[in-house]
Design a protein. Structure first.
Length: 388
């Protein structure tokens, strides 16, 4: 089946200035970072306890989102890719592209009681490309299509010559192997996980320069198909997009935050040139993931604004008799959104002139009418979610 990712990238590159396409990815690869907590809080938890979903429940949610068909990419761990893609073949009749995390630098090793996220990130790869592509070492040429042929590769620059040189050497090795095996990738660039590494006022410029310098020596066959970076505000985004419109820029979602955090980030980044959004915990921690993804898609296509979307999302939850995590007033607040797995100091930059919207007094969900489009979808949500 034709994949929507390929069609959208083709249109973007054919006409970067006028193409309206926007790529959405659900990042369900957190089991390579967060341990038991990767799956998210179980709906069966009670006030006095913390219980996580099982891995099976996590994978069932992946299947539902793939079946829904509103994201373009489903990013998974190599093991989940093996189960759902190689064995169950859930992507064969879907336009959603399967992808797997190709490396797991030490700053995403977030174990309870662990210290890795607070120490300078070092390069590391658990998965091999062969295991991602066919489930075992030494794939035969006719086996490489069985699994994923797209992966995420991550670098965390530290502004340290020794650490950054090692990270770049490992990335070069990955690119060479990937090209030989017909494996595409997108490049995730985290901010330094040691805040003192770069002057905060220069962080967006530092990341932009690091990306451009890193890719200047990489020819088309080895280049990432898009970027996944922290959103550092309008200027940093516009600078990078203007520099090379074929360098497709995407944003990462970071920690869960409020619904308004998620919707506003997508809206702002899209406005200033982002073409991709990869949300993990923001989707995984939503009260209803299918409804949440639906509103992300509408925002990505410019059909609804973030403020209206939050109110409509709460309206859908009400119609489905799902108790929201926050009141509508609280969910309309723009919090400081942490951008690192470890939760230290990486924030989204939202223009100050927009803050008045976040602080505006809103009515309770029951007295806020659903937008016409959301109302038309109510019956469909009930059918879709009846199997949850």
């Amino acid at each position: 089946m034709t994949k929507s990712l390929n069609e959208k990238l083709s249109r973007i590159h054919a006409n970067p200035s006028s193409a309206k396409d926007f790529i959405l990815a659900d990042a369900k690869d957190a089991d390579m970072a967060l341990g038991l907590g990767a799956t998210g809080k179980s709906p069966e938890s009670h006030t006095a306890e913390l219980r996580y979903r099982t891995l099976q429940e996590y994978r069932e949610q992946i299947e539902q989102i793939v079946q829904q068909g509103l994201v373009d990419i489903m990013l998974m761990s190599a093991h989940t890719n093996e189960i759902l893609n190689i064995q169950k073949r859930i992507f064969d009749q879907s336009h959603v592209t399967p992808a797997a995390r190709g490396n797991d630098t030490t700053d995403v090793h977030v174990m309870r009681g662990g210290r890795s996220p607070t120490q300078p990130a070092l390069p590391f790869r658990t998965a091999t490309l062969d295991h991602i592509q066919c489930g075992h070492l030494d794939c035969e040429p006719n086996e490489r299509h069985l699994g994923a042929n797209l992966g995420l590769y991550s670098i965390t620059f530290q502004n340290d010559n020794v650490i950054d040189r090692e990270a770049l050497e490992r990335y070069k090795e990955f690119r060479i192997e990937a090209e030989r095996k017909g494996f595409r990738h997108f490049l995730e660039v985290f901010d330094p996980n040691c805040p003192e590494s770069v002057d905060p006022a220069k962080l967006g410029d530092f990341i932009n320069d690091a990306i451009v310098r890193t890719l200047a020596g990489v020819t088309a066959k080895g280049r990432p198909i898009f970027l996944k970076i922290v959103y550092h505000g309008p200027k940093a985004m516009e600078d990078l997009v203007r520099y090379d419109p074929h360098l497709v820029v995407g944003i990462l979602g970071g920690s869960a935050g409020t619904t308004y955090d998620a919707f506003k980030l997508l809206s702002e980044a899209r406005k200033y040139g982002a073409r991709v959004a990869l949300y993990g915990r923001k989707i995984n921690n939503a009260e209803n993931q299918l409804a949440f993804v639906r509103f992300l898609r509408w925002i990505a296509e410019g059909e609804i604004g973030p403020e209206e979307a939050v109110r409509a999302y709460h309206g859908v939850l009400q119609q489905l008799n799902i108790k929201p995590t926050r009141t509508l007033d609280d969910d309309m607040k723009l919090q400081t959104a942490i951008m690192s797995y470890g939760g230290d100091g990486k924030t989204i930059s939202i223009p100050d002139k927009k803050k008045d919207v976040a602080n505006k007094k809103t009515e309770p969900a029951r007295s806020t009418p659903l937008p016409e489009k959301a109302a038309q979808q109510k019956a469909k949500w009930a059918r879709l979610l009846a199997d949850d």
